[in-house]
Design a protein around this ligand. Structure first.
Ligand code: F6R
Length: 622
């Protein structure tokens, strides 16, 4: 995921900016760059690959005559690590990006949704682009407004450009004629001001400048900020000043690596809104259309697919299960699910009419790769859903759909799971679109619900965390957790039970609620917490009957329900509400309290949630 660092102050800032980028490396990136302004000239250096390549390119600038960069005297600049979304991984596509006159440079995180129409419009107006990115649009838009207003006010030009943009992003701009200021804007993606004596930083995360200052201001959504050495002015989109408290960061270095959270897992749980937004935003460019043009699988090929087979392991398998319901409901294509390690050894019947989807966040799971290879050898089109570029899965596949969750360090998958589920929803909607199974009105409804998911995940974390912690306190010494659900609630239960096993080491099991009477009900007594996924759905009545059966055995029922569902609250002992959305999309919200339940239970037991015993983040052996 991309990272931003900006500086304005009294010190030479080239090396400060590169040091800031180093602190953002954990987010993952494929190229990097910086721009420095000195003596009325902006000079840039960009490089594909890691920061060592950027440093080498900086060292080479003597030959290119980039004086500000080579001599490192500039006291204002911008820097960026890029994780490609629009446009290939090339030096031209790395940030910063300039305008036509090379007077304005910008760095951007996130995605501009309406980039195609803005690019068309700016090109018609004579603007010439030098990259394939959506980000470059921002420098040209600022240029247009700056020149049109002809008042020399960079903040006003940024404010006007901000009004033209749709999407999920944060950016920072610098102008050749304003060597004393940077202007930034935030819409969903983080942007933080770091204030020190006579100098100011503007970055996408606090660790980028924490070695220099701990006094911060969090820029909020819809705000524009103008920073000068040691000062910051924040305004709303209409130009009205906003007051912000300066906060003091109290993290130690280790906590800083974890963004202030006690563990990576908690940090990653909180990164889920961002991870899902990054995964879906630019693939939903219109109100009623899914864009999958990045796949080698064409709409013509997709409309002829007779069957889909999903292969994966562990948590990724659960994401596939959610995907199965979504694809069958929306696109009406039959979907089979297989655990990759089973699939590869059962001589499967698979061929050219099949689409095989391999889901693997690491892109290196041996069994999933072997299953994909086998299917490909037998003529199926293989689509990989993965979170990491350049991994083996991208080479074993015909098409690749990247999730954009950023690097996940906690061994127990959280944000990669919700991003995989989001990717499966995109695939389901796209298949429905190309096969003509969903009309434009219904598609627009579902896309609107998809776009609301990041803020609903955020709401779920905020509203459920305390309550879940209290529930964990009542049960953390228990000997067994049972999870029950039906239909699309079942994969949520399977994932909740896996999280509980992995990090708390408490035995747990998940069952299709209808199967309970066929055996597992014998396990229940008054000491058993039973987690029931009981979101509003066509099968809610059936789930409530199962809840009644469980309670009749004295078990304590913890229900996950849709906001306002009184019936569930009446039927269960404890109810955790998640926001309302289309019922097929509920799993991406319902899983969050289950991640938190496993998390708090494990923490109360004093366990290391980031590195559970016996587990590895990447399983490269069978
Ligand atoms: C559980 C977990 C594992 C992985 C599984 C597959 O929290 O992380 O179950 O989901 O090992 O890994 P990938 O997705 O890398 O193929």
């Amino acid at each position: 995921m991309c990272g931003i660092v900006g500086y304005v102050g009294g010190r030479p800032c080239r090396d400060l900016l590169i040091a800031g980028l180093e602190k953002l490396e954990y987010r993952g990136y494929d190229s990097a760059g910086l721009s420095l302004l000195e003596n009325g000239r902006i000079e840039s250096v960009r490089a594909v690959g890691n920061l060592a390549n950027l440093r080498a390119a900086v060292a080479d600038t003597d030959d290119r005559g980039a004086v500000a960069v080579a001599e490192a005297d500039a006291t204002i600049g911008l820097a960026h690590t890029r994780w490609a979304t629009h446009g290939r991984v090339t030096e031209e596509n790395a940030h910063p990006h300039g305008d036509c006159a090379d007077e304005i440079h910008i760095v951007l995180n996130g995605i501009i949704e309406n980039h195609s129409e803005l690019r068309r419009d700016l090109t018609a107006d004579g603007h010439v682009f030098s990259s394939e990115t959506d980000a470059e649009i921002v420098s040209h838009l600022i240029e247009r407004h700056y020149n049109d207003a002809d008042d020399g006010d960079l903040t006003v030009a940024v404010q006007a450009a901000f009004g033209d943009l749709r999407g999920h992003y944060a950016f920072v701009a610098m102008h050749r004629d304003h060597p004393d200021m940077l202007v930034g804007a935030r819409q969903e993606c983080p942007l933080i001001i770091g204030l020190a004596d006579g100098e100011t930083f503007l970055a996408s995360a606090i660790p980028a400048f924490m070695r220099e200052t701990r006094a911060i201001i969090q820029v909020e959504n819809g705000e524009i900020v103008t920073v000068r050495a040691g000062e910051a002015l924040v305004i709303d989109p209409h130009g009205t000043p906003r007051e912000h408290e300066v906060e003091q960061v109290t993290w130690d270095d280790e906590a800083a690596e974890r963004g202030g959270y006690t563990t990576y897992m908690m940090k990653e749980i909180h990164e889920q809104p961002d991870a899902v937004a990054e995964t879906i935003t630019d693939r939903l460019p219109e109100v009623d259309e899914v864009d999958m043009s990045e796949l080698a699988l064409t709409p013509e090929m997709a409309s002829k697919v007779r069957r889909i087979i999903i292969v994966a392991c562990g948590t990724s398998y659960h994401a596939g299960l959610v995907g199965r319901y979504a694809i069958e409901t929306w696109a009406r294509v039959p979907v089979e699910m297989d655990i990759a390690s089973e699939y590869r050894y059962r001589d499967p019947v698979v061929g050219p009419d099949d689409l095989v989807v391999g889901i693997t966040q690491s892109g290196e799971t041996a069994d999933t790769l072997a299953a994909m290879r086998l299917a490909r050898e037998r003529g199926a089109h293989v689509l990989a859903i993965t979170n990491l570029m350049g991994t083996q899965a991208t080479r074993e596949a015909d098409s690749v759909l990247f999730t954009r969750a950023g690097l996940e360090i906690g061994v127990a998958a959280t944000k990669t799971f919700t991003s995989q589920v989001a990717a499966m929803y995109l695939l389901g909607l796209w298949l429905a679109q190309v096969r003509g199974k969903i009309g434009p009105d219904r598609m627009a409804e579902l896309i609107a619900e998809m776009k609301a998911l990041p803020s609903k995940i955020d709401e779920t974390i905020e509203s459920s965390d305390e309550k879940v912690r209290a529930i964990a306190r009542s049960h953390f010494e228990g000997r067994f957790f049972f999870y029950l659900g039906r239909h699309i609630g079942l994969p949520v239960c399977l994932e909740g039970a896996l999280k509980m096993k992995e990090i708390s080491y408490i035995p747990s099991d998940a069952y299709a609620a209808g199967e309970m009477k066929h055996g597992p009900i014998a396990l229940l007594d008054e000491t058993t917490p039973v987690v029931c996924v009981a979101n509003d759905s066509p099968v809610l009545d059936k789930v409530l009957s199962n809840v009644a059966e469980v309670r009749a055995r004295g078990a304590d029922v913890i229900a996950i329900a849709t906001d306002g569902s009184v019936r569930v609250a009446e039927a269960a002992d404890q109810t955790i509400y998640v926001p309302r959305t289309d019922w097929v999309l509920q799993p991406i919200l319902a899983v969050v309290p289950l991640q938190l339940l496993a998390y708090h239970t494990a923490r109360l037991l004093g366990l290391n949630v980031d590195q559970p015993r016996n587990l590895a983040k990447t399983v490269t052996v069978e």
